[in-house]
Write a protein that binds this ligand. Sequence first.
Ligand SMILES: Nc1ncnc2c1ncn2[C@@H]1O[C@H](COP(=O)(O)OP(=O)(O)OP(=O)(O)O)[C@@H](O)[C@H]1O
Length: 263
Amino acid sequence: MSGAELAVENVTLRFGGLRALDAVSFAVHPGSLHALIGPNGAGKSSCFNVISGLYRAGEGRVRFGEHDITGIRPNRLAKRGIGRAFQNAALSPQSTVLDNVMLGRYSLTRGGFLECGLQLPWVRKQERRHTERAAEICEFLGLGAALHTPAGALPYGAVKRVDIARALAVEPALLLLDEPAAGMNAAETAELADTIREIREELDISILLVEHDMGLVMGIADRVTVLDFGRVIADGPPAEVQSDPEVVRAYLGTDSSDGTEAG
Ligand SMILES: Nc1ncnc2c1ncn2[C@@H]1O[C@H](COP(=O)(O)OP(=O)(O)OP(=O)(O)O)[C@@H](O)[C@H]1O
């Protein structure tokens, strides 16, 4: 699965008379960290939802490697090698960090109701293997000391990391992150940037980061696509995009005064 390109091709999405996405095209190259940014209401979440199958595009296609994943059922994403973490992490607050991350591994388990109910030896062995791998992923994301802590007792920054750990637990070739820094303070955002950088360096996967914090993105992305009013207004390396007059205008036109952050 590694080495697959994600291609968004001419995607249009309408809500009544509003074009939330207007012929949007861009590609996430294998192994790259690609950011999709834009001011509030630009269409970032709509695009994330089209890619992850929550919204059905009126026109256009989404391709991952050789597979057409347009309108894929969200529960099939893991099977295609795509993991996603949400803007509002939907963790089970009473369950431990490890159990929450284990949820991500169920898509990889074999065995039906009967085999699991009978606790056959191979089922127990498989379960042990998955638990070890889930713990390893938690460790990698700095959650090693919190494995048995209920997710609801964690600080906000750690909750986000559990959600990312759960997305990584499907062993994806592509990780989709929807505004992971939303609601974070500056210290948590800096820590998150380090985490994303480490994922990119240590794991051989592509990352699509949907984000409106331009500061976070510019420091870590290989390539940036900028949306404004549902249209792609720039696409290129961070330094190039940052000084693009249309991008500056789009960001300054919102409530940001220094051009480093919208929203
Ligand atoms: N379910 C919906 N029904 C109707 N309009 C919607 C819906 N979701 C989004 N929109 C509209 O589509 C446009 C794009 O919204 P979207 O949430 O994709 O932008 P965004 O870039 O993610 O914004 P933000 O940074 O504020 O999250 C906006 O005008 C928004 O009001």
